[in-house]
Design a protein. Structure first.
Length: 127
């Protein structure tokens, strides 16, 4: 099950690296989901959070993965109860950030994703 956590960490890391390398492409992706497709982001967060909570015992850092999973579930719940116009406005404001801020945010996010892959315990790396 921890391989799912690693795959989700890798996928999120790739999206983050897209923001570092090509901020305009990430903007387009965010604005694509903004147009009536926010439910996909909510569903992705909800399923991802549940996977993290269930997979936590098999991971290298189970407490971190479990707590992060609960955090992701709460984020999905907040998105469910938020007004759609508010979520769209948030997406637009994030997409309007200057390139340097998007790159900085995404670089930090990519580093966090590397830690998620490490904390998942897969592949069995020993540092």
């Amino acid at each position: 099950m921890n391989i799912l956590v690693a795959i989700m960490g890798l996928a999120s890391g790739l999206v983050s690296m897209l923001g570092v390398v090509a901020p305009d492409a990430l903007r387009n992706l965010i604005l694509y989901f903004k147009k009536g497709r926010m439910w996909r982001a909510v569903l992705t967060r909800l399923v991802g959070g549940i996977v993290f909570v269930i997979a936590a015992p098999a991971c290298r850092h189970p407490e971190f993965i479990r707590i992060f999973g609960y955090f992701v579930i709460v984020a999905a719940m907040v998105m469910i109860f938020a007004r759609p116009k508010g979520l769209e406005a948030f997406a637009e404001s994030w997409a309007a950030l200057p390139d340097v801020l998007i790159r900085t945010w995404c670089l930090g996010s990519a580093a966090f994703c590397v830690y998620i892959v490490y904390a998942s315990g897969w592949p069995l790396l020993s540092f």
